[in-house]
Write a protein of this length. Structure first.
Length: 130
């Protein structure tokens, strides 16, 4: 029974950290990519809408531009900055998602109380040694 409770606590910590990391990744995506690397005239797209960043619509292909300008009219084509591609956006998204999973697993499975106790003990030993 104690083992089931331990796994349940780890699962709860994992889910909580995934939610926090999703918020962090969404904010980072909006701050560094959306509107700076691409624009979509269909409305807001970002970390939570993978793959829907830019696309051809109404016969208008995605336009590669040297500089992203503020949002356009719905009749304008989607734009992506020179040097970037949908594959590049997918790569960044995968890195964000992978980082979220790794941080969440580490947070959930490292026994924090024991680790903090161990660090405090080492600090006390180092202070005495000096």
């Amino acid at each position: 029974m104690a083992r089931i409770f331990t796994y349940f606590v780890k699962l709860v910590k994992f889910v909580a950290m995934m939610i926090i990391m999703t918020i962090v990744c969404t904010v980072a995506w909006e701050a560094f990519l959306a509107g700076k690397v691409y624009t979509c005239t269909d409305g807001p797209t970002g970390y939570l809408t993978p793959g829907d960043w830019v696309h051809a619509h109404d016969g208008l292909p995605v336009v590669v531009v040297p500089k992203i300008v503020p949002p356009h009219d719905m009749s304008d084509p989607d734009t992506i900055k020179q040097g970037w591609s949908v594959t590049g956006l997918w790569s960044v998204w995968v890195v964000f998602l992978g980082s979220s999973v790794i941080v969440s697993v580490l947070f959930a499975w490292i026994p924090w109380v024991e680790t903090l106790d161990w660090l405090a003990k080492r600090r006390r030993e180092n202070v005495r040694a000096v």
